[in-house]
Design a protein around this ligand. Structure first.
Ligand code: GLC
Length: 557
């Protein structure tokens, strides 16, 4: 293996600032709230914190609609709060990673306000403008990712603008070199402030096809998902290599692209020495319960083998080159204990089983706030309880597709991004100790039991701590090769890691029922490195208890 980079050995912790810690009583989390909790994050073992967007924003999509790329949203604090956070984090050897949302801006960004003002202004082509069809309807039948047409008519110009996501998120025109230069300059501004990396949002949508045409409708609304029409359009890598040259290569940072639509076989063009990013978030393992990408209403029964195949394929694809970010939760997904363990039983054991997988696979682990406590989904009765713009879009579309309101709510319960966006659960006082005011989103019902105060000495948090520390101690975990074993098992996800003659076997029972397995001969007398149960041993035949994880090491160095 080539020289290990700092970010290959680091546990990254993702913070959703709006929901993390409110120090002002406004009901919204803030930057000082993050600074206040740095010792907690240090205690966990985090080496980098990825903050979802903290820039000025009308917050139509919770900050993914940016109106100033080099400012801080006053709801979160000031630029000097950000500088203080970066400095305080640095003192604890923690780097701050920012989110770059460069496919689109807010419709309140001065660039867009200028662009929409006429067809001749200096920024007239900073966004994607087209005339309507002859009958005046939208230029194409593309549906935005949050539902509804991907085009919105602008009376000032008598034209439509394109938005891959919400109407308030107009897509930037990357074909224009001035746009690219402005975006790169904003990223360099943050690097000069000492930021340690970037997560790059929705990056596979930045290149649009040369000609815009209608697609075959895929829904009752007669539209086709824009995803199918624009994702990963050829030529995109030219833009991205320029991005790398102008920004990433200048600093010792890591970059992780959100790259829905890049297949495993294309990964080497995107990551590693000849690629663009340090890592790419992949989606296959979090989409195993859907028939198709972006098709949240077509669900398929849970199958562990699908998850295993998805994870093994990703591990294999970056085996030679590149690096892999491992994650099971983020601000766009349901809570992992609900998603990956639909069979009930003790979710606390399940949380530890998933922690074992997260922290013993090859790659950089990303932990989402509250995952280290085993936080669970919310299940609110009314759509009005939900804030998430995409939940509302899904609900509407489900009704249009003929589902009953109760069925539409089932999709919301399962998919809503609010599952992950409820306030961080600090203690059992009102609103989970997140705010002294009224929280922007209700706290989850579980907070009287599941909260930091209860958990900091508890089984899940301490297990995370132990695993993060172990990763740093044992190079085999970060760097060793990966090989799936017991591949046909419908109940156990197991893999082997190897570095020189050192070998590690990781077994995880994903079900609430016990299962007996024959241990591979070379591990029968091995040392138990890790288990989520007390009193565990290895033998020729082992019965894995409900959600048991067991790691056995031989020739430990
Ligand atoms: C990404 C973000 C998501 C956001 C979308 C539009 O998928 O993770 O939260 O809504 O991009 O920016």
């Amino acid at each position: 293996m080539k020289e290990t980079k700092w970010w290959q050995n680091t546990a990254v912790y993702q913070i959703y600032p709006k929901s993390f810690n409110d120090t002002t009583g406004s009901g919204t989390g803030d930057l000082r709230g993050i600074t206040e909790k740095l010792d907690y994050l240090k205690e966990l073992g985090a080496g980098a914190l990825w903050l979802t967007p903290v820039y000025p924003s009308p917050m139509v999509d919770n900050g993914y609609d940016i109106s100033d790329y080099t400012g801080i949203n006053p709801a979160f604090g000031t630029l000097s709060d950000m500088e203080e956070l970066i400095a305080e984090a640095k003192q604890r050897d923690i780097r701050i990673v920012m989110d770059l949302v460069y496919n689109h801006s807010s419709d309140q960004h001065p660039w867009f306000i200028e662009s929409k003002s006429s067809r001749t202004n200096p920024k007239h082509d900073w966004y994607i403008w087209r005339d309507g069809k002859e009958d005046g309807s939208a230029p194409t039948n593309w549906r935005g990712i949050f539902g509804g047409s991907a085009w919105t008519y602008c009376p000032e110009r008598g034209q439509y603008y394109l938005h891959t996501f919400a109407e308030a998120q107009p897509d930037l025109n990357w074909e224009n070199p001035e746009v690219r230069a402005a975006l790169f300059a904003a990223a360099n501004f943050w690097l000069d402030k000492g930021v340690g990396g970037f997560r790059i949002d929705a990056i596979t949508y930045i290149k649009k096809p040369a000609v815009f045409v209608d697609g075959t409708p895929d829904g009752a609304d007669g539209m086709v998902s824009i995803h199918a029409m624009t994702v990963n359009t050829p030529g995109i890598l030219d833009f991205l290599h320029e991005f790398r040259r102008e920004v990433f290569d200048r600093h010792d940072i890591f970059t992780v692209g959100e790259a829905n639509g890049v297949s495993v076989s294309e990964l080497s063009d995107w990551v590693g020495e000849n690629g663009v990013f340090s890592m790419l978030f992949e989606f296959s393992h979090v989409l195993v319960q859907y028939e198709d990408e972006e098709c949240w209403s077509k669900m398929v029964p849970w199958k562990l083998t699908k998850l295993k195949q998805a994870l093994s394929a990703s591990q294999a694809s970056v085996a030679r080159e590149g690096w892999y970010p491992i994650y099971f939760e983020n601000h766009d997904r349901a809570r992992s204990v609900n998603y990956f363990f639909p069979h009930g039983g003790d979710t606390r054991l399940a949380a530890k089983a998933l922690a074992t997988v997260l922290l013993t696979l090859r790659g950089t682990p990303f932990i989402y706030e509250g995952e280290e406590l085993g936080m669970t989904n919310v299940c609110w009765e009314s759509i009005d309880d939900y804030d998430d713009i995409s939940s509302h879009g899904q609900y509407e579309l489900a009704l249009k597709e003929g589902f009953s309101p109760a069925e539409a709510m089932r999709f919301v319960h399962f998919n809503s991004r609010d599952n992950a966006r409820t306030p961080m659960q600090w203690d059992d006082t009102a609103h989970a100790g997140f705010t002294t005011g009224t929280p922007w989103l209700k706290a989850g019902k579980s907070y009287p039991e599941i909260n930091v105060e209860n958990e900091i000495q508890g089984p899940i948090f301490t297990f995370y701590q132990k695993l993060i520390a172990l990763r740093k101690e044992l190079p085999i975990i970060a760097e060793g090769s990966y090989r799936p074993v017991y591949e046909d098992s419908q109940q156990v996800y197991a893999f082997e890691r190897q570095l020189g003659d050192e070998r590690l076997l990781v077994l995880n029972n994903f079900y609430p029922d016990p299962i007996t397995i024959d241990i591979l001969p070379e591990y029968q007398n091995g040392e138990v490195l890790l288990s989520n149960y007390e009193e565990t041993q290895t033998a020729e035949v082992v019965t894995l208890r409900p959600y048991e994880s067991l790691a056995i090491i031989v020739n430990k160095h």
